[in-house]
Design a protein around this ligand. Structure first.
Ligand SMILES: C=C(O[C@@H]1C=C(C(=O)O)C=C[C@H]1O)C(=O)O
Length: 173
């Protein structure tokens, strides 16, 4: 079962592509954490975050979206990602046998995957501008998020992360 097998319910109002991208981005947090764990690269990288926020703000303007609102959505994605990374660190600290066997490369492998999702996320924000401004957005977003959570079989940590991706979606962006 997955997104391809089960169509998103119509009541999600077209917000499922957005929550799909949130889930995909969140699942990459596992690779980010694996890339950093046991190295001197910290979970928090404020310079990289600022670069992402500056980039999406500029591209939002190009798309006719509100840059502040788009930055808020991406801030939430970043916080959610760090929440999952911290959860994984705690788990791996307590369960050494479950530490990742491989260390992916953050700069050549993991961040490029995140950057691809950034572009798709901006497009999805553009496509959902109307429904996100509507009064039914919150209810529709909840349905879309539950659908994505089931489709990706998210565990409790990633469910918590997915909830953290949502607060800025509905509104003026
Ligand atoms: C994902 C990373 O970890 C953190 C989260 C970020 C994000 O979600 O884009 C960016 C920088 C870091 O603060 C990373 O270092 O690339």
């Amino acid at each position: 079962q997955g997104p391809a097998a089960v169509p998103a319910p119509a009541v999600a109002g077209g917000l499922a592509p957005l929550t799909e991208l949130f889930a995909e981005r969140l699942l990459i947090a596992d690779k980010v954490a694996a890339a950093k764990y046991g190295t001197d690269r910290p979970i928090d990288d404020p310079a990289r975050e600022q670069k992402i926020l500056d980039d999406v703000a500029a591209r939002a303007v190009g798309l006719g979206l509100d840059p502040e609102a788009v930055m808020a959505v991406f801030r939430d994605q970043i916080e959610a990602n760090k929440l999952v990374q911290r959860g994984l660190y705690a788990w791996w600290d307590a369960h050494p046998e479950e530490r990742p066997a491989e260390r992916p490369d953050l700069d050549t492998e993991v961040r490029p995957a995140l950057d691809l999702i950034t572009t798709r996320l901006l497009e999805a924000l553009w496509e959902t501008e109307g429904v996100r401004a509507s009064s039914s957005c919150g209810a529709r977003l909840s349905v879309a998020a539950v659908w994505s959570a089931y489709g990706h079989e998210l565990d409790p940590l990633h469910l918590k992360g997915l909830a953290r991706t949502l607060p800025s979606v509905c509104g003026q962006s």
